[in-house]
Design a protein around this ligand. Structure first.
Ligand code: HXC
Length: 524
């Protein structure tokens, strides 16, 4: 009969319609906008996902969702997916949830539909115990949706906080990220920014100028260099989008899928018994001369296994993920080449945040101490070095993961106590023979204890030198602390790697019982 549609024909039509709609979703905002995105040196959201995820692993959800808004001509601006691509995939075979804002669709602006799609993904990731990765590239709250888009941010923030401490959350900033949009990344565990093509700020350059009169470019106000170096808002700076995506994969390799699991242990071809002979001479005999702690760490940890976190922020300390005999660990170390490795406000933020991340993901914390103490100064005191410095103490005391400390040289005053001392929960404390563990340096002690006697003596210089020599002999070494049991063992620097590996083997079954409470009051 003419005009009758057979069941077969109906199925073919249905499939054709689905394929057409899917095709449309794949086109995002269309060729011209994709070209404009490329012209800015940026990839499209789908191109980014194809690099991030294992080939063929992406399973999209919500590809056909569109908004129902009609204000300001929005009825004519409907795009399947509504400017964000959401779904699941695998990275190096491990499951992840991922969303990527599509700037080619209405500037990636954040809508109620975007929030619904991201919320669903956040819920599924949390319930399934897998990491969630957000690729941000958006003009912020969609203006045409008014308060709906503002409320939508709240829905994302709420879930960011619920997932915090349960699953890894990683934010990549790959374009603009303005207004309230910055707070979702700020609530996640890690933020990675791309140099020159990404910005984060609460208010852009025009508003800044109109309110404060300051003239800045978007890059100067909130580019990757600013946030990875100055503000500490972002932990990683990538030179290119591809590098940012590769960094994400590397970062996840150190972390478990959730806080109930352990991070993957890789097979290492670096011998656990390897001695690092160069370390026996790395610390200069003159304690005013610096040495590079990066070199020390590279000699101790598995070959090419170190990934520094917050490298450009507070470089007077080093925080890094690394591996020892294939097992991921967190490393905290002073860097003597920058401000003598002193502790200040920014380094307190950096260390305490990192320790809490290690603790929540069950990564042992290994601390390498060469620090003259907390930084003195009016500016530091006025800006609250006491409450910021307290964060380090709180983080060490609160953490229950295995903790091993190695004093390489100075552990003087506050730095001895704050940086992983036995009394604050270190399970094992080693010291190198070059360690100097005391309340203060010899010159300060000479002035404090014998200042008047030195001045009154016939030869003040000789009197001071005599006191300093005696102080160094008695106190300025690791042996008094070892004698008192505050250092468990003084070791040759060359044997640090095997010592740490053996100690971690013992501590891997460490259990700590904590008093139940709602939560402590972490100093902020
Ligand atoms: C709706 C938006 C938009 C937005 C961009 N577009 N941002 N549409 N709402 N927030 C649209 C543009 O109108 C344009 O559409 C297309 O996206 C591309 O934008 P362009 O401006 O042409 O791109 P570009 O020159 O690259 O500039 C990018 C930009 C700029 C710097 C991000 O678009 C911009 O300043 N946007 C507004 C940023 C902002 O202030 N957002 C609100 C933050 S307040 P057409 O069709 O014309 O090409 C906020 C509050 C949240 O987010 C609070 C939560 C707690």
């Amino acid at each position: 009969m003419t005009g009758t549609v057979t069941p077969e024909q109906s199925s073919i039509d249905n499939l054709a319609k689905l394929r057409e709609m899917r095709d449309k979703a794949l086109q995002g905002g269309g060729t011209a906008r994709i070209d404009a995105q490329h012209a800015k040196g940026k990839m499209t959201a789908r191109e980014r996902l194809s690099i991030l995820l294992d080939e063929g692993s992406f399973q999209e959800l919500g590809a056909l969702a569109t908004h129902q808004v009609t204000d300001f001509g929005m009825g004519r601006k409907r795009y399947p997916g509504d400017g964000v691509i959401t779904g699941f995939g695998r990275i190096n075979g491990r499951r992840v949830a991922v969303y990527a804002q599509d700037f080619t669709v209405l500037g990636g602006s954040f809508s109620q539909v975007q929030a619904q799609k991201i919320n669903k993904l956040q819920d599924l990731a949390l319930e399934s115990g897998i990491p969630i990765i957000g690729l941000n590239d958006s003009g912020g709250a969609r203006v045409q949706e008014g308060v709906r888009s503002l409320a939508a941010y709240g829905e994302v923030f709420q879930r960011n906080v619920e997932a915090s401490g349960v699953i890894p959350q990683v934010s990549l900033i790959m374009g603009p990220c303005a207004g309230g949009a910055v707070y979702s990344p700020a609530l996640t565990d890690f933020t990675i920014m791309v140099d020159q093509t990404s910005n984060m700020f609460l208010t852009g350059p025009e508003i800044v100028e109109s309110v404060t009169g300051e003239q800045v470019t978007a890059e100067e106000l909130g580019g990757a260099a600013v946030h990875t170096g100055r503000s500490g808002v972002a932990q990683f700076e990538a030179k290119t989008e591809i590098q940012a995506l590769e960094m994400t994969k590397l970062l996840l390799s150190y972390l478990p899928a959730n806080t109930s699991e352990d991070a993957p242990i890789l097979v290492s071809d670096d011998s656990p018994d390897r001695m690092a002979d160069e370390l026996n001479t790395v610390v200069p005999t003159d304690d005013r001369i610096a040495y590079d702690m990066h070199r020390v760490l590279e000699d101790i940890f598995d070959t090419d296994s170190i990934m520094e976190v917050h490298a450009a922020f507070a470089p007077n300390v080093i925080c890094a993920f690394a591996r020892l005999d294939g097992r991921p660990v967190g490393v905290v170390a002073n860097q003597p080449t920058v401000m003598s490795g002193v502790l200040d406000i920014d380094s307190s933020d950096k260390i305490s945040r990192f320790i809490r991340i290690c603790d929540v993901y069950s990564l042992p914390v290994l601390t390498f101490v060469d620090c003259p103490g907390y930084l003195p100064g009016v500016e530091q005191e006025y800006n609250g070095v006491i409450r910021h410095g307290a964060k380090i103490i709180y983080a060490y005391c609160q953490s229950t993961v295995p903790k091993i400390t190695v004093v390489t040289r100075k552990a003087i005053g506050g730095s001895y106590v704050a940086l992983g001392s036995r009394q604050m929960g270190a399970d094992i404390a080693f010291a190198w023979p070059s360690a100097q563990i005391a309340v203060m340096g010899p010159d300060g002690a000479a002035k404090l204890l014998h200042g008047k006697a030195i001045k009154a003596s016939n030869d003040p210089q000789a009197a001071e030198a005599e006191f300093v020599a005696e102080y160094r002999e008695r106190f300025f070494n690791p042996y008094r602390a070892a004698d008192l049991g505050q250092i468990d063992e003084v070791i040759e620097p060359r044997e640090t790697r095997p010592r740490l590996i053996r100690a971690l083997e013992v501590l891997q079954t460490k259990v700590v019982n904590t008093v139940p409470k709602k939560h402590g009051l972490f100093p902020v």
